[in-house]
Design a protein around this ligand. Structure first.
Ligand code: HEM
Length: 215
């Protein structure tokens, strides 16, 4: 069993992480003034005018609409308190979340990966991320339908951690700007570590908790 201080510490971490996710989501939304209508002198859109109005915009707009929704809905879905108090809402929001991930965020992310800034290394990182996010949503959803709730929770945590790569990527982008690194490699590196590191930490802590329970 967890001690009281370690439970309090875990709770504090969760509150801080939730605040950080909300803060980054608000700053992402703030940038939408450059996208509606598209301003091709804005950082993300520089050099994209040639292909933007084709299939790219059909992926881009659903992506930037659904992405922030999944981050906020995910916070509610992972809250034990919310699930206990509002089980019906947990189920409704859960279905909305899975639909957003499978129909909008993952497929649009996969399509946009082809055009990733800095080229193939980042593109493969984002494409892998899109496939893993979609796969974890499918698995988590199927486990809920089969009423295997402990495994359902673990897969939904994985799915959310993968979605939060969008937050980590922007924090790493901020660091690269502060450090004034002008090269391509920080972005290419970030396209991979923004999801690999948080996912590895989750798997490691899960493993250590399970081992401690067996001792
Ligand atoms: C986990 C699945 C996701 C994948 C695979 C993915 C993939 C991508 C890709 C490939 C790009 C273009 C990057 C480039 O051209 O360099 C992009 C841009 C973008 N993504 Fe995602 N993304 C995911 C989740 C999210 C989430 C959860 C959000 C919510 C904030 C989000 C918000 C955005 C926004 C706003 C952009 C436009 C660029 C910007 O304003 O920073 N994405 N995404």
């Amino acid at each position: 069993m967890q001690s009281v201080p370690s439970k309090a510490l875990e709770r504090l971490w969760r509150v801080l992480a939730a605040l950080l996710i909300c803060k980054v989501t608000v700053s992402v939304l703030w940038n939408y003034r450059d996208y509606l209508p598209p301003d091709f002198s804005a950082a993300f859109l520089i050099g994209r005018e040639g292909y933007f109005f084709g299939s790219y915009s059909w992926a881009f707009y659903p992506h930037i609409l659904a992405g922030p929704c999944t981050l906020i809905i995910g916070l509610l879905l992972l809250s034990e308190r919310f699930r206990r108090r509002f089980p019906k809402w947990h189920r409704i929001l859960g279905r909305i979340q899975v639909a957003c991930v499978l129909l909008l965020v993952a497929p649009s992310g996969l399509w946009m990966a082809r055009y990733a800034e800095t080229g193939a290394v980042a593109a493969v990182g984002f494409a892998t991320l899109a496939i893993l996010t979609g796969a974890s949503a499918v698995l988590g959803w199927r486990l809920a339908v089969q009423r295997r709730f402990a495994e359902h929770r673990r897969w939904m945590w994985r799915c959310y951690i993968l979605l939060c790569s969008a937050v980590v990527l922007r924090l790493l982008g901020g660091l690269a700007t502060v450090a004034d690194v002008g090269a391509d490699w920080p972005y290419q590196f970030a396209a991979w570590i923004s999801w690999m590191v948080p996912l590895s930490i989750f798997e490691l802590t899960g493993f250590l908790k399970r081992r401690a329970r067996l001792e």
